[in-house]
Design a protein around this ligand. Structure first.
Ligand SMILES: *Cc1c(COP(=O)(O)O)cnc(C)c1O
Length: 373
C-alpha cells in the first residue's frame, strides 16, 4: 500500500512538546546503573497518526504515557501491528549514534506492506529516531555493552469488528535503556530444535516484523524451556529439515578455524526475517577476510559437521544481544554440543568488530553509524 496523501518528512515537522516534569537526575542514574532490558522507559515518545484521507499527520514528541484504547480497536482483534528494534550507543567523545537506522526504516516499510498497513516514509522514521534520541540523550547509558534500545511500532487505531485493513493507524517510538546482555561473561545458550511448531512458512508473515509472529513463537519457546533449553531453533515449515532462525535472532555457522574459517548463514528463504545484524556480519566477515556464504543448512549438516569436527562454531545474532554463541543442541532425535560449550574465537572476533563500530571504538568504513546528539 502506498501513502496516498504523499506526505514526506519535508512537509511533516515533528512538533516538540516535551514534559515539564522529567524524571529527576538521581532517579534516572539509579535506573541506568542497572537497566535490565525493556523495563524502564525514557521521558518522551514520538507519535504520528495516519488516516486514509489525511495520510501521515500530527507528528509530535510528547511525554511518555499511557493511551486509551477502545474495546473494538482493530489491532487487538485482527493483529495489524508491526515493530522495529534498533539501538543508540554512547560514543567515546560522549556523543550518541544509532546504527543503520535507514535499514530499519526500510524494513518497517516492508513489514507494513505485508500487513496491508501504510508505509511510513523512511525520512520520517529516521527523523522520529533523531528527535527522541536528541531529547532523551541523557538516557543513553555510558557503560560498556549498554545502550538505549529504540522501539518503533505501528498499529491500527480504527475501531470496528469488520475484517479489513484499518483506515487509521498510529506510529509510536519509545526508548528503553538496556544493560549488558550477558552479565558475568559471555555464555553460550542451549537450543531446542523445534519440530512440533513452525515460526513461519513461505508466503506467510515470517519476513515481516509483526507482533503476531512473536505470539505464535511463545509456545515453542516454552517447550524449549521445558526441555531445559534457553532458546528455540526454527526449522523450515515443509520438511522440518532446514535451519532457519533461533528465537528472534538469525544464525551463523563457522567451518574450520583461524583465517581460513568459512562462515555460513541460512539463505533468505522467504520465511526468515532479514536481520540487519545478519546483513552487517555478512559484510564484516568478508572485510575480515573470511569466506562468507548464504546457504541451505540442514539439521543433518549441523549434527554431522559437529561430529566430524568440520563445523567449529555456531552463533546467533540480532540487535538486542548482538552475537550470542550456541552451545548445547537438543532435539527429539539427538543431542550434541558445539565447540566444547565455549564461545569460539571467530564468534568473539566478529562480536568485537561489530560492537567496536557501533560504539565508535573502530572506524566505520560502510557509514553505518548515524550520529545524532
Ligand atoms: C528482529 C529479528 C531478527 C534480528 O534482526 P536485527 O535487525 O538483526 O535485530 C531476527 N529474527 C527475527 C524473527 C526477528 O524478529
Amino acid at each position: 500500500m502506498t501513502d496516498s496523501a504523499a506526505t514526506t518528512a519535508a512537509d511533516l515537522e515533528i512538533a516538540l512538546r516535551p514534559t515539564a516534569d522529567p524524571l529527576p537526575e538521581a532517579e534516572r542514574q539509579a535506573i541506568l546503573a542497572d537497566p535490565g532490558f525493556g523495563r524502564y522507559f525514557t521521558d518522551h515518545m514520538v507519535s504520528i497518526e495516519w488516516s486514509r484521507d489525511r495520510g501521515w499527520h500530527d507528528a509530535q514528541l510528547v511525554p511518555y504515557g499511557p493511551m486509551q484504547i477502545d474495546p473494538a480497536n482493530m489491532a487487538i482483534h485482527y493483529g495489524q501491528s508491526i515493530f522495529e528494534g534498533l539501538k543508540a550507543y554512547r560514543q567515546p567523545d560522549g556523543s550518541v549514534a544509532t546504527f543503520r537506522p535507514y535499514s530499519n526504516a526500510r524494513r518497517f516499510r516492508h513489514s507494513a506492506t505485508r500487513l496491508a498497513m501504510p508505509e511510513l516514509p523512511e525520512e520520517l522514521f529516521v527523523a522520529a529516531v533523531e528527535a527522541l534520541v536528541r531529547q532523551d540523550a541523557a538516557w543513553v547509558p555510558t557503560e560498556d555493552e549498554q545502550s538505549l534500545y529504540l522501539r518503533p511500532f505501528m498499529f491500527a487505531t480504527e475501531n470496528g469488528l469488520g475484517v479489513k485493513p484499518a483506515d487509521e493507524y498510529r506510529f509510536l517510538l519509545i526508548a528503553s535503556p538496556a544493560g549488558a546482555y550477558f552479565s558475568g561473561g559471555i555464555k553460550p545458550v542451549s537450543v531446542w530444535l523445534s519440530e512440533d511448531y513452525v515460526r513461519a512458512a513461505p508466503g506467510g508473515t515470517g519476513e515481516a516484523k509483526c507482533a503476531g509472529n512473536y505470539a505464535a513463537s511463545l509456545i515453542a519457546q516454552a517447550q524449549a524451556a521445558e526441555k531445559g533449553c534457553d532458546q528455540v531453533v526454527w526449522l523450515d515449515a515443509h520438511e522440518h529439515r532446514w535451519i532457519e532462525e533461533m528465537g528472534g535472532m538469525n544464525l551463523y555457522f563457522v567451518q574450520g578455524e583461524g583465517a581460513n574459517a568459512r562462515i555460513l548463514t541460512p539463505e533468505l528463504s522467504g520465511s526468515l526475517l532479514a536481520g540487519i545484524t545478519r546483513d552487517s556480519l555478512l559484510q564484516l566477515a568478508a572485510d575480515l577476510g573470511y569466506t562468507v556464504e548464504e546457504a541451505k543448512i540442514s539439521v543433518d549438516d549441523w549434527r554431522e559437521g559437529n561430529a566430524d569436527g568440520s563445523l567449529s562454531e555456531v552463533f546467533a545474532c540480532g540487535t538486542a544481544a548482538v552475537i550470542t554463541p550456541v552451545g548445547d543442541v537438543k532435539s527429539r532425535h539427538a543431542d550434541w554440543t558445539v565447540g566444547g560449550g565455549e564461545a569460539g574465537a571467530v564468534t568473539m572476533r566478529l562480536r568485537k568488530a561489530l560492537l567496536d563500530i557501533q560504539t565508535g571504538a573502530a572506524p566505520d568504513p560502510h557509514n553505518w553509524r548515524h550520529p545524532i546528539a
